[in-house]
Design a protein around this ligand. Structure first.
Ligand code: HH2
Length: 279
């Protein structure tokens, strides 16, 4: 994928998660100090992350909305602190156009919008004007209400239909098709069974013709199946990521880029039938 400024991302790519929040479900409070956050971003890039996703608002189930000023105050010092030091692109995890605008002006190249441009009516135009890339994620309701809405007939069909419609709307707002990424929203208005069916049926989403991103890292369904200890979460995440890459996922969003990048390389080599050096 080509981003503005001639930046290229080769798929499958690892996106490293950097939550600059007090309350994110797995790394909340760890990176509130901008210096610590900058160091972690640089470390993730060294470990193999091809994108760093910076967020200032938790979207865990039940999370409350954060004021845009607070979100900006959390993420902007980190994005500015990375200027000239981070070679890979920055993505900003936000639903709010004012936050996305400030992040893009500070150097971000991708907007990761878990509301798929439905939360803030100004978001589509903003992304189009900045020629940024955008992640459109499936969810029902908001993080505060979503788990009550986890009811589906054919969950893969519903997610594909929703994301196709959101991609059409994004293109109608002027966002180039080549800069749109789709994400099934693992854990967002989904029970464990829905997450598993979506991962098993991920190739259907990949066939829509857009790069697909998947966020499974340390999520509750991994915890339920693999266990809550660090190595159980890590290996459970690696297993789910490998299945996603084998099904055609282009980007995996994870908290542990180093070990997960190794799993991604193996899964990609198996998928293509060729060792990485020959690809
Ligand atoms: N998951 C989380 C946050 N943002 N964005 C996309 N596109 N896809 C995801 O699956 C996704 C996401 C939740 O994980 P995390 O960032 O670790 O937690 P929190 O939202 O509590 O900060």
């Amino acid at each position: 994928m080509r981003l503005t400024g001639g930046i290229r991302i080769r798929f499958p790519a690892v996106m490293g998660v950097l939550n600059v929040t007090p309350d994110s479900f797995s790394d909340g409070g760890q990176f509130l100090d901008p210096e610590v956050a900058v160091r972690r971003a640089l470390e993730m890039a060294r470990e193999g992350a091809a994108i760093i996703d910076i967020g200032g608002e938790s979207t865990r189930p039940g999370a409350r909305e954060v004021d845009p000023e607070v979100e900006c105050a959390r993420i902007l010092p980190v994005i500015r602190g990375l200027k000239g030091r981070l070679e890979c692109p920055i993505s900003v995890d936000t639903r709010k156009a004012v936050v996305a605008k400030a992040a893009l002006e500070a150097g971000a190249a991708i907007v990761n919008d878990v509301s798929a441009l439905t939360f803030d009516p100004a978001m589509g135009d903003l992304v189009a004007q900045h020629r940024a890339a955008v992640v459109l994620m499936h969810m029902k309701g908001t993080p505060a209400t979503m788990q009550r809405l986890a009811r589906y007939g054919d969950v893969v069909r519903e997610v594909c239909a929703y994301l196709s419609e959101r991609a059409r709307t994004a293109q109608a707002a002027g966002i180039a098709k080549s800069r749109i990424i789709l994400d099934p929203g693992i854990g967002f208005a989904k029970k464990t069974v829905h997450n598993l069916i979506l991962l098993a049926g991920l190739s259907r989403l990949c066939r829509l013709g857009y790069p697909v991103m998947v966020g499974v890292s340390r999520k509750n369904f991994i915890r339920q199946i693999a266990g809550a200890r660090h190595e159980q979460l890590l290996l459970g995440t690696a297993a789910a990521v490998s299945v996603a890459v084998a099904a055609g996922a282009a980007i995996v969003r994870v908290h542990d880029p180093g070990p997960i990048a190794a799993a991604v390389r193996v899964a990609a080599a198996v998928r293509s039938g060729r060792p990485p050096s020959a690809r």
